[in-house]
Write a protein that binds this ligand. Structure first.
Ligand SMILES: Cc1cc2nc3c(=O)[nH]c(=O)nc-3n(C[C@H](O)[C@H](O)[C@H](O)COP(=O)(O)OP(=O)(O)OC[C@H]3O[C@@H](n4cnc5c(N)ncnc54)[C@H](O)[C@@H]3O)c2cc1C
Length: 446
């Protein structure tokens, strides 16, 4: 155990979340210790001694304001984000996406953080939690083993290591004329599952497409035994063409009300959130490439034009079951001196990790300076991330990218393009009101 001064703030992990959280605090004149294990120790995916390393793609996704990721960028910029400033300064042409020169990006952040007079950067692994003071845990999806054990003790839970996730689609992009609601072995009715029925030919085409899919090569450290319970669909297809029809796509107990017969196979979808704006494809976990997943999903009756909110992925991940442990400000419910930020808190992606760091840094600064939190509105992208990590509705909590399905529904029904614009407009209006009313000034205004 490491001991700290009781008023001190220690952030463990100087990735996207940790650097942003440290910056938000330091810029508000609150000293902070930022502890990073690199270069003493590297995770299997990190290789640079610089901070805020992008371990895979160099894209921060869409920069378009009517895309949820684009909206989140605008919000981060309005809130004085270090990560977004560095991304703009090091951007490279990438169409409507924001991509960066990854080395220059990390270098800029490293320079800003290490030269800040109120951030003391400590280069050492945290094998346990400081026993006093406020602690922000931002050690990411590849948190070191010793700290993972300490966190399992703190949370009283096994930290969630997932092997594979299933894709999630937008509820309003489904063609409901081709599918039906109903639970297995229950009389027709509303039911909890949306069933997409496939006849033999449709099933065979689907299986052929999955088999032909180009698997994303597992990294060495991910190449381990897959659990039978969450085997990727492509691994099941490799065992035989009918494996899926006897497994997650089994039709037993389901009668298509339009034909009165049992289909050859059924892809079931289940609500992912309370508002039922998102549905996940049950048992459809996959690590097929994203373009190939789209191709496969669009072969499923009813999902021909499905908008994919989250693609299936498969890699090691470390994250807490946030809805049971955290409040909207990413603070531990039972240990209020502990906060989580970044992927370990249950958000997904570079940008979302930075955003959660901004939320934690801002809220901690508010707590220190005013004695209370002033949470971001639920209607903006920053608030929607808080909604996700406190979503007790989902039985199988998984990290998730920002998407409009996480926002409170709009009052009026409208067409897709208008709806996206309306979400963005409402979000920016509400965030601006929050900024005007916030009792603590933004770093840039000081
Ligand atoms: C293989 C892989 C590929 C990914 N590809 C993408 C992608 O293409 N696009 C995308 O948006 N997201 C991707 N992600 C998710 C990505 O990791 C996160 O989006 C993002 O980097 C998480 O930010 P973070 O700040 O939470 O963690 P990180 O950026 O991982 O930062 C955590 C930091 O904590 C340090 N650390 C860990 N343990 C300790 C310890 N005990 N003591 C001190 N320091 C410690 C690490 O060295 C690291 O610097 C990928 C994740 C993985 C694992």
């Amino acid at each position: 155990m490491t001991t700290t001064d009781s008023s001190a703030i220690t952030i463990i992990g100087a990735g996207l979340a940790g650097c942003e959280a440290a910056w938000q605090l330091a810029e508000r004149r609150i000293p902070v210790t930022l502890q990073e294990m690199k270069p003493e120790k590297f995770s299997p995916a990190h290789s640079s001694p610089d901070l805020a390393e992008l371990v895979c793609s160099n894209s921060l996704r869409s920069d378009s304001p009517d895309h949820a990721a684009g909206l989140l960028k605008r919000e981060l910029e309005q809130c004085g984000s270090l990560i977004m400033a560095a991304a703009r300064q090091t951007s490279i042409p990438a169409g409507s996406a924001l991509a960066v020169d990854r080395k220059a990006f990390s270098r800029r952040i490293t320079e800003a953080v290490s030269s800040h007079p109120l951030i003391s950067l400590v280069r050492a692994e945290a094998a346990s939690l400081p026993i006093t003071g406020t602690v922000v845990i931002a050690t990411g999806p590849l948190t070191s083993a010793a700290l993972t054990d300490a966190l399992a003790e703190l949370t009283g839970q096994q930290l969630y290591f997932y092997d594979a996730t299933a894709p999630i689609v937008a509820a309003d992009s489904i063609n409901y004329d081709r599918c039906f609601w109903g639970n297995r072995y229950q009389p027709e009715g509303e039911g909890d599952y949306l069933n997409c029925p496939l006849d033999r030919e449709q099933y065979q085409n689907l299986v052929a497409a999955i088999a032909a899919g180009d698997q994303v090569r597992a990294r060495e450290f991910e190449d381990r035994k897959v659990f039978e319970g969450c085997m990727p669909i492509e691994a099941m297809v490799a065992r035989g063409t009918e494996t899926l029809a006897f497994g997650p796509l089994k039709p037993v107990g389901l009668t298509d009300p339009r034909t009165g017969t049992q289909p050859h196979a059924v892809v079931q979808l289940r609500r992912e959130n309370r508002e039922a704006t998102m549905l996940n494809l049950v048992g459809f976990q996959t690590r097929l490439s994203f373009p190939w997943q789209e191709k496969v999903i669009h072969l499923i009756p009813g999902l021909e034009n499905a908008v994919i909110y989250r693609y299936g992925t498969m890699h090691r991940n470390t994250f807490i079951n946030a809805p049971q442990l955290l409040n909207r400000c990413f603070q531990h419910l039972r240990e209020p001196r502990i906060f989580f930020a970044g992927q370990i808190s249950g958000v997904e992606g570079y940008l979302e990790s930075a955003a959660s760091g901004l939320i934690v840094g801002t809220q901690l600064a508010l707590l220190q300076k005013t004695g209370r939190f002033f949470p971001f509105p639920a209607t903006c992208a920053l608030g929607a991330l808080s909604t996700h990590i406190t979503n007790t509705h989902s039985k199988n909590f998984q990290p998730m990218n920002i998407n409009f399905g996480l926002f409170p529904a709009l009052e009026k029904k409208m067409k897709k393009a208008a709806r996206k614009a309306a979400y963005a407009e409402r979000a920016l209006e509400d965030l601006n009101r929050w900024l005007r009313e916030c009792p603590l000034r933004l770093p840039a205004e000081d």
